[in-house]
Design a binder for this molecule. Structure first.
Ligand code: UD1
Length: 472
């Protein structure tokens, strides 16, 4: 088995119940099938990690499917504690974030059984658990469990969250919303201490349409007494899916997919089965992988309407796009044209696709601009792409991308999840060999990215470093 999952979650993760994921039982997920080996040797000088080695130049063609959505799965795994009866989630992505999240649920008393891609969760008996700081900090959505847990158990402590370092990522909107619902939450030396006697419905206005705050307040309000209205709510497909799940287990939520969401609180929520929809960000990434290689790639079993912004930009750049009821196909010319992209809350261009789009535009004719309006420092890909021969200059939150004739293979480091995806895309067209390091970031959001790309004809392999490296 290859590499270590992450230095963030290495040492203290000895406490992680990895053995559960490596049993002999056929029906139980075997940990190493989807996450690099946590037993990789460690040396003083650093860690042995996986890398992706890509030999560029293949035109990608073919049809793929993507796994269930990471962000929907994480949102539901934050809210599932509201359910007093068993829940079965289908099509759960086998990525490091979901594994960490299920372990956190166990810390708070949930019973978890993986069965293939299905996750059986029983939250009938919860408790105020002692969450490991290192683990909580390894993902952002640990924080989103506070409200739903409060609604069930009234009191808990949760270390402050982490996640990809792409900006300040405050949680003020979450805290304001939860306080308005009747929660008392204080930050005490890096730990949020939360308690509540009673949660009551209220009116919440969000200064920004935050996806996380909308999810957090909406799910907490599902067990508050009375009606809650969230105005300037986020409209992302992840919010809609979470609302569908909550309604499936007995909540009463209206206005999903609009900027005003109304929640009639219930005394208790039951259980049920829900299938996680396909991951729209993975789908967008692989469409761009087709586009950057001048290839022909069809992504099946997705919601084409979730790709509207990406598809329109690709059309504008000269690609042929075909959409059906449940697929999108891109057939790209050998050179795309330059385009101007501005990231916006849904239905605008998704910030999560911004970095892979930047890689794609490196190989387009002319000068492209990408303006990042959601996160102040989602720029970790720029220096590494330039190392490969790209010509990107940064001007505040705008990246000016001058198309080049060729990229050159190099050793590059992923600084966050989508930056890692961007580097893989660049590697697909670069001359020579590209080695992408720090790929534990990529494993947070793509189920074996190399296998999907291989199935489209890419020359990409996962290897374990022969020398220990420091995680940059
Ligand atoms: C989620 C996604 C992430 C995606 C983002 C925007 C997950 C796990 N992550 O992140 O992949 O890039 O939506 O689509 O689902 N903000 C505040 N105060 C808050 C909360 C957010 O100022 O309390 C700001 C953020 O700093 C950011 C903007 O609002 O500038 C959007 O953040 P938000 O929509 O909350 O993103 P996340 O839920 O963290």
């Amino acid at each position: 088995m290859n590499g270590a999952i992450s230095c963030h979650i290495s040492l203290k993760f000895n406490r992680f119940p990895w053995h559960k994921f490596a049993t002999g039982a056929e029906s139980v997920i075997r940990y190493p099938e989807f996450i690099p080996d946590r037993k990789a040797p460690r040396k003083e000088a650093g860690y042995f990690m996986n890398s992706l080695v890509i030999r560029g130049g293949q035109r990608l063609t073919g049809e793929i499917e993507v796994s269930g959505s990471k962000n929907i799965a994480l949102a539901i795994l934050s809210s599932v504690v509201l359910a007093e009866e068993p829940v079965v989630l289908k099509n759960v992505p086998k990525i490091s974030d979901t594994l960490i999240k299920t372990h956190l649920l166990e810390v708070f008393g949930a019973k978890i059984v993986w069965d293939g891609d299905n996750l059986h969760i029983d939250c009938s008996e919860l408790k105020a658990g002692d969450a490991d700081e290192e683990m909580v900090r390894s993902i952002r959505t640990s924080f989103y469990m506070i409200g739903p847990l409060l609604a069930r158990i009234g009191k808990l402590d949760m270390p402050a969250p982490g996640g990809c370092k792409i900006g300040a990522r405050p949680v003020d909107l979450h805290l304001k919303g939860l306080a308005a619902l009747g929660a008392n939450i204080e930050l005490d030396g890096g730990v949020y201490r939360a308690f509540s006697d009673k949660l009551r419905g209220t009116e919440v206005y969000l200064d920004k349409p935050s996806a996380g705050a909308t999810q957090h307040i909406m799910s907490t309000a599902s067990l508050a007494q009375g009606t809650t209205t969230i105005t300037n709510a986020a409209m992302e497909p992840e919010i809609v899916a979470l609302g569908h799940f909550l309604n499936r287990i007995g909540a009463n939520i209206e206005g999903l997919g609009t900027s005003v969401i109304t929640i009639q609180g219930k005394q208790s929520l039951s259980g049920g089965t829900y299938k996680i929809p396909a991951d729209r960000i993975q789908a967008g990434t692989f469409l761009l992988a087709g586009a950057i290689t001048g290839g022909d790639v069809k992504v099946n079993d997705i919601l084409p309407e979730d790709q509207t912004a990406v598809v329109n930009k690709l059309r504008e750049a000269g690609a042929m796009i075909e959409t059906g009821a449940d697929f999108v196909r891109v057939a790209a010319p050998s050179r795309l044209n330059h385009v101007h992209v501005v990231t916006m809350p849904h239905p605008g261009f998704p910030t999560d696709i911004q970095q892979p789009m930047a890689a794609t535009l490196c190989m387009a004719d002319g000068l492209s601009y990408i303006e990042e309006t959601i996160y102040e420092s989602r720029i970790g890909h720029i220096m590494e792409l330039n190392r490969m021969g790209a010509k990107i200059t940064q001007n505040g939150r705008t990246a000016n991308i001058e198309g080049v004739n060729e990229l050159r293979g190099a050793t590059v480091y992923a600084s966050d999840l989508r930056a890692g995806a961007a580097l893989c895309l660049a590697g697909l067209v670069a001359h020579g060999e590209t080695v992408v390091k720090n790929i534990h970031y990529i494993d947070r959001g793509y189920e074996s990215i190399e296998k999907t790309l291989q199935s489209l004809g890419a020359d990409i392999t996962r290897v374990m470093d022969s020398e220990p490296q420091k995680v940059l």
